[in-house]
Design a protein around this ligand. Structure first.
Ligand SMILES: [Zn+2]
Length: 154
């Protein structure tokens, strides 16, 4: 591989859709970013003064996997506390008061065609069902679950 020799690849520390399992959330997020990119890369960091709110630990993993084309990591990992159901439900309401930068950063990780997820109970266990039917364990390891459930799709 001689990608490094091409000048356009020197700024490309940004991961593209091909860097992730086919149809994975990361791949789709990366493809989306690539489409949105016109000319200069666009910052999709969470605003420094607005700590991202994640209802589930897996959301933090997903958001952390999406990198800003300008700055890389988009937020300092918040210390995850258990989030009560009422607080998670309020998150959608609070979202309307967030800054445009925050909303942009959020959508980069959680595209509206997939999120918000629906909470479903399977065998007594809480699971998240995305709008495309993908099931996620809210407290699981997202890398494992995304590879298992999405890696082999056509
Ligand atoms: Zn940024």
């Amino acid at each position: 591989m001689n990608n490094k020799e091409k000048p356009e690849n020197q700024i490309a520390t940004v991961l593209g859709p091909g860097d992730f399992p086919i149809c994975s959330l990361e791949s789709r997020a990366a493809a989306r970013l690539r489409l949105q990119k016109v000319g200069t890369p666009d910052c999709i960091c969470f605003p420094e003064l607005e700590i991202p709110f994640f209802g589930y630990p897996i959301q933090e993993q997903i958001a952390a996997a999406v990198k800003c084309p300008v700055h890389g990591d988009r937020f300092k990992p918040p210390f995850h506390l258990y989030v009560a159901e009422w607080r998670r439900k309020k998150a959608a309401i609070f979202m309307q008061y967030r800054s445009p930068e925050y909303k942009k950063a959020w959508v980069a990780s959680f595209p509206p065609e997939l999120w918000p997820a629906e909470e479903v109970e399977i065998d007594g266990k809480l699971m998240l069902r995305l709008k495309d039917g993908t099931m996620l364990d809210p407290y699981g390891d997202w890398k494992l679950s995304s590879n298992a459930s999405m890696g082999s799709r056509p």
